[in-house]
Design a binder for this molecule. Sequence first.
Ligand code: SF4
Length: 497
Amino acid sequence: MAFSERVALRTRQGLAALWLVIILSLFHDPFTPALTVPDSPLPLFATRTGACVTVQHHCVSEGVHALGTTLYWGVLLPLLIAVIFLFGHEFWRRVCPLSFFSQFARSLGMVRRRRPWQSTGSVSAARPTKVRPDSFLARHHLQLQFGLFYLALCARILFVNSSRLALAVFLLSFIAGAVLVGFLYDGKTWCQYFCPVAPAEEFFTGPRGLFASQAHQPRDPSLRISQSMCRTLASDIAPEKSACVACKANCIDIDAEKTYWASLMEPRRQQLTYGYAGLVIGYFFYYYLYSGNWHYYLSGIWTYEPHALSRAFAPGLYLGGVALGLPKLLAVPLVLGGVALLVYKGGQTVEVLLCRWLQRRGTPLEPEVLRHRCFTLTTFLIFNLFFVFAGYNVRQHLPQPLPTYLPVALGVLSAFWLQRTWHRSAATYTQEVKSQKGSRRPGAAFDLVVERTAAGFSVATDKGSADASSPVGNLDELMHTLRTSIETHLSPRRPEP
Ligand code: SF4
């Protein structure tokens, strides 16, 4: 998706403003309840008189309600997943309103600064803090992000789904977290190390989205900024410039596919893929385990049923017509965590069994190819499972045949993605990178590194993060930027804004 940083910034600002308006409407909404009365001017949202939904053998009546939670869970969230899957991580990262809030302190020049320790004993100027590559956070950020996502999903079922106030506090806490991390650390540290949506972005993008660009195959080789790489706003005549401060090695924003292949065989990637799939399955099936029927989820009454807090201590499981004594407060994390663990172990086992079976057939596959195909199939299946359920509460009221055609259309698009991704491999990617490098003029790669290093270094000095009069003080910064530039920019080509 090629569009300028000016357009991206305006879109980010617009989405951030819209998000704040939505949050405000969750505190006070005098308009939408009128749309849900039985004789509503919008039949899409009209409540059916006398209709009720069975939950654990009790009847919960449909009633007049505000539409904030219904539209948030039934329209906005499914739209987000569809956008990430179709246009790739790179598109969403450039317009994400949470990313906008995370850059708030940086845009005001208020990022926390610290004096780096110098082995020579010299004193250098304070500079913006970055997550150290060997720190605990850098090594375990995926587990942290996955854990936050798991907690957020549990909180959704327990408190947030049906309470506008809880949803407003839930969203504001994310914004506060993004702003705080943006103040504490430089670069896109929130997106890279903390954001709980990042596992979903990695899961649904795979090596690349259906309509996403490829960082190593630029349409215009003169462009030096790839995918969602950090960049400065260009004037009308000057080209956009990189604003990368090297906050992460192997940055997914610079080359998503390179990051995918580099992490493919790591246990953390396996945990993310199968664990995320398990959480999605566990999330949807919990509604059945809780209420005893599918109508509870499909009706969408869970987006506005009252007394969410008191229900946290009511029976959380209803099996075979019997409400079990386990409170919902415990049942939700147990079911979601249990299913995630089961699917993770199941995914590992399937990979091993498939490997043995292929060897016995005499058609073995490289471990990387086998894992990539297992991941690809998992993403395809989970995407389609997601859209069987997600948004159904709103979709079912649309005029025919839209309720049927929408998930079918997404299914067809996901089939294209599957076909395009299935035969992709690290070897193909490396080959393409080599041929791309071969087509460049001699010395161009070195120029790129020098240019990128200079860009990163000038960003640091512009902000006063390094003392230009102290060569020793600048050396660490320069070497770190140079190392990261070589690592992230030399092998693959950059690309396509
Ligand atoms: S490494 Fe550079 S491009 Fe990637 S998120 Fe950090 S600052 Fe942005």
